[in-house]
Design a protein around this ligand. Sequence first.
Ligand code: PBG
Ligand code: ZN
Length: 352
Amino acid sequence: MTRGQRPRRLRQSEALRALVRETRLSAEQLVMPLFVRAGKNVRAPIPSMPGQFQLSVDQLVRECRGLAEQGVPAVLLFGLSAQKDERASAAYAKDGLIQQSLQALKAERVPLLVITDVCLCAYMSHGHCGVLKTRGGGRGKPKAKKRPAAKPAAALSLEDGTAWIDNEASLELLAKTAVSHAQAGADLVAPSDMMDGTVGAIRHALDSSGFDRVPILSYAAKYASTFYAPFRDAVDSAPRFGDRRTYQMDTANAEEAVREARLDLEQGADIVMVKPALAYLDVIRRVKDALHCPVAAFNVSGEYAMVKAAASRGWLAERPAWFEILLGIKRAGADILITYWAKEAAALLRER
Ligand code: PBG
Ligand code: ZN
């Protein structure tokens, strides 16, 4: 008598399992996030992200060479700025951290795609991703004497109308930042601010400054997640008051993510991102199925830190854990995996 379908017949050996494996990781899809700070010869460990460092530009170049050698094709740069003001001037300064990094990487011909995070939070004194307006207080800094003094940050709220993030004013600075990254040599720009219309504003600004070939990787569905906490430590970008829920997405929504991603594509985004990844695997799948476009997923700092913490106590085996996580993100529909394990993953995939 025959037994018909017996799934275990194809699980008998690694050769058979590999033959029918549906999802494979490849180094070519990995993006490594890196943190740049001022100084020379600095490689400062980030306590909340063991194995990750704040790098001065010279060390960044070194790290990028190593990544390229391991077969990592792309890095995503974040700046850790000591200079913060109400206009995020350091975000679009000609000699800003990201601009310097780009110039150095391009001058040294490091064979990597350099993607830059375009946002204002790490450069704003208030730590929000856009321009802050307060009722009666201009940008929190009264210009005319007659205006009432700005409330101290602790008294401000984005929920009660005493303060808000001005969408259009933010677009102007974001577009300026993107253009200054392109001028310094960015291969792709990745706006992560979650204002409305950012992609369109950046696309227009890039095109009219001669950078029509620079693609936009848009943080299209970026949730107001608690899993960014270690990152905010790393770049000192936590909001000084309130939170990001008036611009980042409500964590309960999935259909809205498809709408967000569609809007970004209409405005000229080339790749759309879902972020974080692990609690949003359904969102990755929905965006992929609905829009049939390149999808990136950001395996964020908190997801990294959780595994690191458990592994350091012997509760989880780190390598199998991240391998399974990255496979899951890809299986969900992501084409591009942005992960702090990019170097280890590339090394492992090379060995195999
Ligand atoms: C800034 C930005 C954040 C991350 C990427 N860009 C933090 C935030 O929005 O607060 C998170 C990355 C990570 O957690 O790994 N807009
Ligand atoms: Zn931001």
